[in-house]
Design a protein around this ligand. Structure first.
Ligand SMILES: NC(=O)c1ccc[n+]([C@@H]2O[C@H](COP(=O)([O-])OP(=O)(O)OC[C@H]3O[C@@H](n4cnc5c(N)ncnc54)[C@H](OP(=O)(O)O)[C@@H]3O)[C@@H](O)[C@H]2O)c1
Length: 270
């Protein structure tokens, strides 16, 4: 029988109730990992818990709003009680924001940064004592976006929150290297999930369908598991996403012109 790469490892996933987080829970479970599942929607978490338990591993669903420090503290206490430590933290919960910089409301922008950046920092800080119990070899996986590597029209607020995650990831990687804790960045491109339904829109703005093929959440989850196995520091997903990140590194001025011309199907609502 093939060995399962994450046998008996403990993996905590934020935003495990849908999309990429839910698919990642199943992908790590199929490799033998036990799962701590964190999100606000309890019925969905219970469903995911049943799905992963059917794969023969343990699941601990914890209703948790990661913007709330006391919820995060309880999440870590429950993880420690159930499993004693943590091998992988997957910082996946996230929220989008759509609209031109000029129209972004400050409250919306703060809400997006609160979840995508500040809460990621909060969860990481709270998880570190548990990750240290399993070091060397434990891991933090931060879920960013291709939009954290290159700004596009109407996506600047969201992209900025992910760019902050990218930079923080680099610092954290250097800080934890000597302890044997790896810090990885996974940057999905367009993925078929509930993300666009949950996304905030600047007043009067709404995006129509995007004329690009979306990846499945399962394909993102497989790539994440591969990155974890190989301790690959950075993973950029979808072909258009990779092309964009590379073109922006090699010929940023040219890519500025491309970005300007991107025919965005979104328009200001009447
Ligand atoms: N879909 C894409 O095209 C795409 C592309 C690039 C990057 N990403 C990134 O991928 C990650 C996952 O997104 P997704 O596409 O899977 O979207 P999704 O289906 O909307 O999932 C978002 C998850 O975050 C959780 N969440 C939201 N607010 C939370 C809070 N305050 N506390 C705890 N959990 C919270 C949600 O659960 P509850 O509502 O139950 O709390 C949900 O499980 C995000 O970081 C996103 O930025 C997505």
């Amino acid at each position: 029988m093939a060995t399962r790469d994450f046998q008996e490892k403990v993996v905590l996933i934020t935003g495990a109730s849908s999309g990429i987080g839910r698919a990642a829970a199943k992908a790590y479970a199929s490799q033998g990992a036990h799962l701590v599942l964190a999100a606000r929607r309890e019925p969905q978490l219970q469903d995911v818990a049943r799905e992963v338990e059917a794969l023969g591993v343990r699941a601990l669903p914890v209703r948790c709003d990661i913007t709330q420090p006391e919820d995060v503290a309880r999440l870590m206490r429950e993880t420690e009680t159930a499993f004693g430590g943590l091998d992988l933290l997957i910082n996946n919960a996230g929220l989008g924001l759509y609209g031109p910089v000029e129209a972004l409301g400050e409250a919306q922008l703060r809400q997006v940064f609160e979840l995508n950046f500040f809460s990621l920092v909060r969860v990481t800080q709270a998880a570190l004592p548990l990750l240290r119990k399993r070091a060397p070899g434990s891991q933090v996986v931060n879920v960013s976006s291709v939009l954290g590597h290159r700004g596009l029209p109407l996506l600047g607020g969201y992209g900025a929150s992910k760019a902050a995650v990218n930079l923080l990831t680099e610092s954290l990687r250097a800080e934890l290297a000597a302890e044997g804790i790896s810090v990885l960045l996974v940057s999905p491109g367009l993925t078929e999930t509930e993300f666009r339904d949950a996304r905030l829109n600047a007043e009067g703005w709404k995006q129509e369908a995007i004329p690009l093929d979306a990846m499945s959440a399962e394909a993102v989850a497989s790539a994440m598991v591969r990155a974890s196995r190989r301790k690959r520091r950075e993973t950029v997903l979808t072909l258009p996403g990779r092309v964009m990140v590379l073109a922006n590194r090699l010929v940023p001025g040219l890519f500025d012109r491309v970005a300007r011309r991107i025919q965005n199907p979104a328009k200001k609502a009447p």
